[in-house]
Design a protein around this ligand. Structure first.
Ligand SMILES: CC(=O)N[C@@H](CCC[C@H](N)C(=O)O)C(=O)O
Length: 384
């Protein structure tokens, strides 16, 4: 195979968009990626599917005169979102959508891999197609299961996330923290169900959950320094079965965000206090389960990121935009705590939509522009 044209890349992206899969279940995506990668020139490639993480793919391109192994990571999973774009290549998997743009991420990675499989790089290049970014901490799992060891250990690591607010193909980055750390929150309340007409004989978890949700709102406004930042979003609540039965169980699911680990732990701590208070005042069992997994703050390495920004800023073909930190989470944060590197944004020019929205329609021009900018950076990095 020769170097893929922009049209061919867009066809690949559209196919990936049609087959979104949830974390750790990315089998069709994995098989399609592998089929494409096996179609590339194989002379310098070593391809491995780690048995410890079977939907992942590692591809090492042997360098001409390697001084280091440069890692490039893309995530491959999708979200439980029902697509509403009306695109002819909309998701064929009901209730699941590439609403976070990982189809764009994968296509950019394939474009880079395709280019360097034809034009052997100076350094070794490692491509990591990582499952489970949206949940289940695929990056942390890969690290802890020893997937990124031996010849697959990067000396430095790069990865991107698409950004609908930035123009298509623009590169966004900053020194320091790019993304927040997150903690997944699950709260179960157990009271006593009963007849709607006899609340005195029951212990209503809907009322307790409502009170808990309102008290949680005071954590950000009253317990943290307003100059610092944090978020608690409770995205899901379930309780009861029918209007005239008092619910004996309620469940709330949410996520905590903070730009430093200290802030996340502080919010975690306050949440525990509030849950304990609700348990006491409503006389019911409240179980709080907090799980940070691998969603650590994404801290860019100072030296490598300075070099990355300097290349992007000084390249007249790149629209570089210095960005503020965002409260999105990313399990690349865990990998950047283990390997020095840089995470950056790729603009996909869809300012009317947000990540995770059912109408997200990334501008496909971002794919080729992203490949060109990152390819230029990688070549420059290998030469310096
Ligand atoms: C870029 C992005 O949207 N990432 C996700 C990461 C999920 C974090 C974790 N599962 C949580 O919800 O806490 C995000 O929601 O920011």
């Amino acid at each position: 195979m020769a170097i893929l044209s922009e049209d061919e890349l867009i066809q690949i992206r559209r196919h990936l968009h049609e087959i979104p899969e949830l974390a750790l279940h990315e089998q069709e995506t994995h098989d399609y990626l592998l089929e494409i990668i096996k179609g590339f020139k194989q002379d310098y490639l070593t391809i491995e599917v780690p048995k410890e993480l079977p939907t992942a793919i590692l591809v090492l391109i042997k360098g001409r005169n390697p001084q280091r192994t440069i890692g490039y990571r893309t995530d491959i999973d999708a979200l439980r979102v029902e697509e509403k774009t009306n695109l002819p290549y909309s998701s064929k998997h009901p209730g699941v959508m590439h609403a976070c743009g990982h189809d764009i991420h994968m296509t950019v990675a394939l474009g880079l891999l395709n280019y360097f499989s034809e034009k052997q790089p100076q350094d070794n290049l490692l491509f990591f197609f990582q499952p489970a970014e949206e949940s289940e901490s695929g990056g942390k799992q890969a690290y802890e299961k020893g997937v990124l060891q031996g010849k697959f250990k990067p000396d430095e690591f790069y990865g991107l996330h698409d950004n609908p607010e930035l123009p298509a193909g623009a590169i966004g980055c900053r020194m320091g923290t790019l993304f927040a750390g997150t903690t997944e929150v699950n709260i179960d309340l157990w009271g006593k169900g009963g007849h709607a007409a006899f609340p005195q004989n029951a212990n209503d978890t809907v009322v307790a959950a409502a009170s808990l949700i309102m008290q949680i709102q005071t954590i950000i406004s009253r317990s943290i320094d307003p100059i610092q930042s944090g978020v608690i979003t409770l995205g899901k609540i379930e309780a009861g079965t029918i209007r005239n039965v008092i619910a004996g169980h309620a469940r709330i699911e949410g996520t905590i965000r903070g730009l430093t680990q200290k802030m996340i732990l502080h919010i975690d701590h306050r949440l525990k206090d509030v849950c304990e208070g609700i348990a006491r005042s409503y006389n019911m069992k409240v179980k709080l389960d907090l799980n940070q997994g691998g969603y650590w703050p994404v801290e860019n390495n100072p030296k490598l990121t300075k070099n990355f920004i300097s290349y992007m800023k000084n390249n007249p073909k790149v629209n570089f935009i210095e960005t503020a930190p965002k409260m999105t989470g990313e399990d690349f944060g865990f990998l950047l705590a283990k390997f020095p590197g840089t995470m950056f944004w790729l603009g996909v020019g869809d300012p009317g939509a947000q990540l995770h929205s059912a109408t997200l329609k990334p501008d496909e021009k971002s794919v080729q522009r992203g490949i060109d900018a990152i390819k230029g950076f990688l070549i420059n990095r290998m030469e310096n």
